[in-house]
Write a protein that binds this ligand. Sequence first.
Ligand SMILES: *[C@@H]1O[C@H](CO)[C@@H](O)[C@H](O)[C@H]1NC(C)=O
Ligand SMILES: *[C@@H]1O[C@H](CO)[C@@H](O)[C@H](O)[C@H]1NC(C)=O
Ligand SMILES: *[C@@H]1O[C@H](CO)[C@@H](O)[C@H](O)[C@H]1NC(C)=O
Ligand SMILES: *[C@@H]1O[C@H](CO)[C@@H](O)[C@H](O)[C@H]1NC(C)=O
Ligand SMILES: *[C@@H]1O[C@H](CO)[C@@H](O)[C@H](O)[C@H]1NC(C)=O
Ligand SMILES: *[C@@H]1O[C@H](CO)[C@@H](O)[C@H](O)[C@H]1NC(C)=O
Ligand SMILES: *[C@@H]1O[C@H](CO)[C@@H](O)[C@H](O)[C@H]1NC(C)=O
Ligand SMILES: *[C@@H]1O[C@H](CO)[C@@H](O)[C@H](O)[C@H]1NC(C)=O
Ligand SMILES: *[C@@H]1O[C@H](CO)[C@@H](O)[C@H](O)[C@H]1NC(C)=O
Length: 580
Amino acid sequence: MNYLIKLSVLLLYQFFSVNAIQLLEQSSVLQSWETLTSYSQAREWPNLSRNRAIGIRTQRDVSENSTLEYTIAPGLDLNTVVFDSYGYNSDSLDKFRTLMNVGVQSFVIHLYYDEINQNWLMCPKDKILEQMNSKNYTECDVSTFNLTSIVSTLNAFLTDTNNDLDINLMFLLLELNSINFNTNQTIPPNLTDSGIQSLGSIFNSIEKVVSPLNVDNNALPTLRTLLFKLSQRVFPVVIDNNLSPNTSYNLSDDKYTFFTSLDSNTDASVTFNVLDMEIKKEDDVECQTFQISFDNSSLHFAYDTDDDPFTLQSYWESIKCGYSPIINHSFNNLSEITQFLEVSLWSWAPYQPTQTGINELSISDIFNNLTNRGIPYYVSYLESIRNYTTVFMEDSANNSSDNDNGDGDDGDEYSNRCAVLSKIGWIATSCDEKFYAVCVNSKNSSDFVITNDKKSYSKSIIECKSIDGDYELTVPANTLQQYYMISLIPSGEDVLWINLNSLSSENCWVVGIDSTCPYQAVVSHHIFVQMITPSSVMGFLLFILFLVMQFQQLPVHRNRKYWRKLLNEKLKNDYDGVPS
Ligand SMILES: *[C@@H]1O[C@H](CO)[C@@H](O)[C@H](O)[C@H]1NC(C)=O
Ligand SMILES: *[C@@H]1O[C@H](CO)[C@@H](O)[C@H](O)[C@H]1NC(C)=O
Ligand SMILES: *[C@@H]1O[C@H](CO)[C@@H](O)[C@H](O)[C@H]1NC(C)=O
Ligand SMILES: *[C@@H]1O[C@H](CO)[C@@H](O)[C@H](O)[C@H]1NC(C)=O
Ligand SMILES: *[C@@H]1O[C@H](CO)[C@@H](O)[C@H](O)[C@H]1NC(C)=O
Ligand SMILES: *[C@@H]1O[C@H](CO)[C@@H](O)[C@H](O)[C@H]1NC(C)=O
Ligand SMILES: *[C@@H]1O[C@H](CO)[C@@H](O)[C@H](O)[C@H]1NC(C)=O
Ligand SMILES: *[C@@H]1O[C@H](CO)[C@@H](O)[C@H](O)[C@H]1NC(C)=O
Ligand SMILES: *[C@@H]1O[C@H](CO)[C@@H](O)[C@H](O)[C@H]1NC(C)=O
């Protein structure tokens, strides 16, 4: 009897499991997506997501030798996006901080000069009059919301991120306006007595502010020179001067503080450092097809409007053309900005480099599904992708069965440690996969060729060297190079090896197979400092004891892997030291 029940259960089980396998296959794609997006910026809001923190850092490091005109510094208009929606009060200061935390690097700020009282204010005239009439001053109260509090919020962020891991460029783009109140109006001092008479003295108090005296506008510095040699990072730029012609404010007093994008020939008040800037409406941006460098040394920004807001596609396009996108339309909820942030890197594809073990390339229909999730769409590209994914899936199935350990891809620990270039950006994948690779001529930095054979990452390095001439595996250093190299992807192929890996330490992406993580030193020091406190010495001894005991229990052949895993675990929180 008992036996019969067991048998029927077994039969029922087998019958259902056939269907279950089919179901599982469908749901595993779904699960892959769920896992992949579980670290997305939308989920992690208001914190910076871990993969974006790593992505932003890699992008900065890879472009260190590019001059600033190639910089993409995604931005927004603080007045339109934040103050108008969340109020001209301290609530907005928190939002400002959140936006900096999640990687917004450019901010347009409108400043208002009260011509009578001669103070700089944050509020436009109609807002002040509205508050005056309401009498309870929930906004525009200068004792809680003023230019000094904006700068303090900024400085707090700068202090927290003034380290090799997190430092990055910022732009403050200023629009100056005059306010002329009617002489018969008495505006309460709570709304107008900000005590700020000089813009220069406020902006000079910004930490690591870029001084016009240090920058030659005709030859902008490289990102590395600016951040690490000059140790400066915030550009204050006057992009619009609407002060009345009869203004009592003397802007030329601030000429050693500000840059300006304004033309001194047409604006007589501009006597200071002109920074070449192209600031366009997003639909006026024209992308030169596969241009590899800009012809002039100017900074490029593209903004949208409420009537014609950025779509993900146009946002993506502006980055691709080398223009930093400035969002100038309001959101129902500020967290909606995360969908744009997810596509705001010119380098990595969305959700990359992933913090999960999932190889994004192995998900079938990957590019279609990115589209489903609001990622820009490449119609002409889709068909070839479909063919590719099928082949790729078979290919990787074959690979996993014979499993030669070519590049030390040794299970979970070493998955997704090398990067390929795809049309949607870089994707972290297994170093053992075989692809064509993009090589650069060491004697001519605009001469790129594709290898003749598909090889693994490490063999592709040799493959580039074997090409006639002096070629080596390369990595795009800026958005223009990126899109130029994308144009070189052979038809029928979807990705190319680039010279970027995180083999030396997880989450630390470096150029070249022999390179080690530059942040290791910082980290070791950090660990050392922690170790020398008595309690951690005790902890360390216990840790050793624990290891010894573990060893005794483990079969010998697993020790090596176990060690590495354990160490990885131990070190993770330190050298990954990613701001959360
Ligand atoms: C992926 O895209 C295909 C085609 O658009 C769709 O049928 C499928 O449901 C999508 N899967 C997920 C997980 O979104
Ligand atoms: C953001 O980070 C803080 C501090 O690390 C943490 O307490 C909080 O839970 C995080 N929020 C989210 C949504 O992850
Ligand atoms: C930048 O240039 C320096 C000096 O030439 C070089 O050592 C470094 O590897 C370069 N960085 C990148 C990312 O190519
Ligand atoms: C500006 O705002 C800060 C608070 O953010 C406040 O401490 C300071 O006193 C204000 N300045 C003036 C002149 O009221
Ligand atoms: C205006 O400011 C004064 C002193 O700063 C304060 O005592 C008063 O309560 C403020 N008025 C309002 C309506 O906030
Ligand atoms: C300056 O010009 C504006 C109009 O542009 C006018 O309203 C204002 O009264 C003038 N101020 C002075 C002090 O002349
Ligand atoms: C994809 O495959 C289909 C049929 O296998 C073929 O007709 C089509 O031309 C292929 N497309 C590309 C871009 O290779
Ligand atoms: C994978 O292996 C099978 C059988 O060994 C073979 O028929 C198939 O062509 C292989 N696929 C690829 C892409 O090499
Ligand atoms: C460098 O390579 C590019 C692209 O192949 C070529 O157009 C250019 O003439 C080369 N420059 C030199 C100096 O050889």
